[in-house]
Design a protein around this ligand. Sequence first.
Ligand code: PGA
Length: 267
Amino acid sequence: MARKIIAANWKENPKNEKDALKLFRGVAKAANGAVRVILCPPFIYLDEIAHAWKKMHGGRRHKKEEQLALGAQDAFWEEKGAFTSEVGPRMLRGLGMEYVILGHSERRKWMKETDAVINKKIQRALADGLRVILCVGEPLAVRRKGLSAARNHVASQIRRDLAGVASRDRRHLMIAYEPIWAIGTGRYDNPEDACEMAEFIKRKASGGRSARGGGAAGGVPVLYGGSVTSKNIAEYIKYNSIDGALVGGASLKVGEFKKIINITCKI
Ligand code: PGA
């Protein structure tokens, strides 16, 4: 069975570089061979954290599939040019980033990112050598209509976000299923429903075929995200189809995040 994946989305946290390095050092020690840990800090801390990573690894460069990998929370769809404040995937690769989170519901909501924009970002990121963690998930109003409405919502996001992405490039993709109503709310999805959704997403993201390779259960790896803590992580990752978790709030507390990693190692 492939290693489970625990990805941390720090969002706009912590408040300064000193705290960011402290958090990095604390959780980096907990990384364990049985789990792949991916940390995604804000842009402004990436350089220092990449340096700290290198120091921890005897000065060597980051390789693909590291046990402890780094990622960004966004990347623009153009390589360079007159795009004030934007950061492109090549710049991130240059810093030693392996992953990028794209399509997070907070960017869809606050930055009005559409599926068309997310699609352009995904294409550029994959072309420029980043691995993509694509976030999808339904709002509460849709979920209230039932699981099949939620599936339709997610299927439409996947179809639009991955339009034109060749199946060979999907090897560098994973999808985080994050029901919007579960993000940062303390309300988490029923693990059985999340597992069914993960299977559905694998089928959709591999064009209906059950592709080989990539995740623990084959196909595109699918993470669950939304109020994951040390109390509920085991309920999700016990399923083969759930390849890991994308953790927000609980990834900011060293002790709690270590517990999540340790529990995942034992599954
Ligand atoms: P949460 O965030 O764990 O705080 O709910 C998850 C996410 O937004 O990726």
